[in-house]
Write a protein that binds this ligand. Structure first.
Ligand SMILES: [Zn+2]
Length: 234
């Protein structure tokens, strides 16, 4: 029990030290976080409400994004992080702007990005599912931007853990996507996670299951911890 407590406190200390050092060089971020502060992680479940994202055989990307995001948030909260979400229910953004007649993709994305940038988060993940015309393609992939030199290290940590977790599918490599709104000019370490292909029959069934969603969420949490511990790829 004592050992567990020491490990837990050490992890919080490492995270806090990381945030402090990260923030020192970023003038655009809010006041420097001190060691006593709790590490904040922002999770963005992609799409929602009028925007289902990719749809395959009736399975909506937006729903899987939210289910995996909530599981990841729970795991991170258990590890002592403060977890924020851009959405926690099936809705388009901003909240209350769900009507198909008034909802707009540009407004939704603008609201998400503003929420992330104005938060006190030290790390950001946007959760998505992939789709492709060739239904044999599968596996998880991290998309990152080189607008921030930390992003690639975070992406490598996440990709390594996802490749372990998705052993039924081919290992995928990182993909640089500087133009993505949620990643572009985002000063905090950030990544967009494509958890798998909902156009692949086997993967779609797995992505819809609680067990596999939990497995992916655990892999992402481990990837975050690897990154906070110094970016070693295990
Ligand atoms: Zn998506």
């Amino acid at each position: 029990m004592r050992n567990k407590a020491i490990i837990f406190l050490s992890l919080i200390l490492v995270a806090a030290l990381f945030i402090t050092s990260f923030r020192k060089g970023k003038k655009s971020l809010p006041a420097t976080v001190t060691l006593g502060d709790m590490a904040v992680i922002m999770i963005d479940p992609g799409h929602g409400g009028p925007d289902p994202g990719a749809v395959s055989e009736g399975i909506r990307e937006a729903d899987i994004n939210l289910q995996i995001s909530l599981k990841l948030g729970e795991i991170l909260a258990q590890k002592g992080f403060c977890v924020l979400f851009t959405r926690k229910i099936d809705e388009g953004l901003p909240p209350g702007g769900n009507g198909e007649d008034i909802w707009q993709k540009t407004g939704d994305m603008g609201y998400r990005k503003k929420t992330v940038l104005e938060s006190s988060a030290c790390l950001f993940l946007s959760i998505h599912q992939n789709s492709y015309k060739d239904s044999s393609v599968g596996g998880a992939q991290i998309w990152y931007s080189e607008c921030n030199e930390e992003n690639k290290i975070l992406a490598q940590c996440l990709q390594a853990r996802l490749n372990e977790a998705c052993e039924l599918f081919e290992d995928r490599a990182l993909q640089r996507r500087d133009e993505l709104i949620m990643l572009k000019d985002n000063p905090m370490p950030s990544a967009l996670v494509e958890c798998g292909f909902i156009t692949n029959f086997k993967e779609r069934n797995l992505l819809s299951s609680e067990d596999y969603q939990l497995r992916l969420a655990q892999a992402l949490a481990e990837g975050i911890m690897d990154y906070l511990k110094g970016g070693e790829i295990i």
